[in-house]
Write a protein that binds this ligand. Sequence first.
Ligand code: ADP
Ligand code: MG
Length: 300
Amino acid sequence: MAEPVIAVAGLTKRFGPVLAVDGLDFSVDEGQVCGLLGPNGAGKSTTLRVLVGLVFADAGQVRLLGRPVRPGDAVLARAGTMIEESAFAPYLSGARNLRLWWEAGGRRWEDADAETALAVADLGSAIDRKVKTYSQGMKQRLGLARALLSAPDVLVLDEPTSGLDPGEMREVRQLLRRVSERGATVLLSSHLLAEVEQVCDHVVVMDKGKLVAAGPVQQLIGASGSVYLEVTNVRRATSTLKKVKGVTRVTPEPPGLAVELDGVKRSEVVAALVHAGVGVETVTTRHRLEDAFLGLVGEE
Ligand SMILES: Nc1ncnc2c1ncn2[C@@H]1O[C@H](COP(=O)(O)OP(=O)(O)O)[C@@H](O)[C@H]1O
Ligand SMILES: [Mg+2]
């Protein structure tokens, strides 16, 4: 097996009394579009900053393309990043902004992969318009184009879809797909489950600096392993459900119950409750990613 493009092991980062990242482990394989999902304050930005050498870890290891990340390491030149909100000169065109930014890094414009970056960002003739006329989505795409100028093998993007409307999000999604089709690996953060579901093929869920769940999005969605119920009598429902074959766990989640199922139909569970004289008011199917993420968002 090839080494993962991104490998994070035991990553820990403290800011004074705040433990921003707490023993985090995950990896991203070549060609994946992986979402780092978690509520605000989960430690996503800190993790990405360590990955691109902007912040030192207190403990743990972070490897990028097979090399340990150290500020100034040459491996960082193979990563395209969008970590801070992309700032552009509003009165200059998108194209001019890209070129000035590239040259400010002491590089020659002829060496930039402008063709790919512009094709992927797909701004058309708008690239020659002043940035101040751009929508949020267009600025985001310009930021992505900037991250692509160095023809990176890996893209690290902090909340690249934040503030976009559904149409703009679709554009960013297509853009990231084009990037991954070119063979690049993408790690992006988001605090919205729906965004990650739409944009990513893999997901790493974190909260309070710790790993909550990780895996292919389809696998986490597809294994519809649980159901949320609201019932007239929680206590009786709990004792009844615990006797139903295929119910692996019953967890109180006021005002209802979360019930994990393995090889038993929702309808059988509801029938068992009704048979025991418990009224069922709400039945909601959940998939595992939702389970993993639920409750986290409520704490924001
Ligand atoms: N430079 C910093 N100084 C002090 N605390 C920080 C700093 N950066 C982040 N934090 C704290 O670390 C925690 C994680 O923050 P962050 O990584 O930005 O989370 P996220 O990106 O998931 O919202 C938060 O409690 C935040 O306030
Ligand atoms: Mg953040």
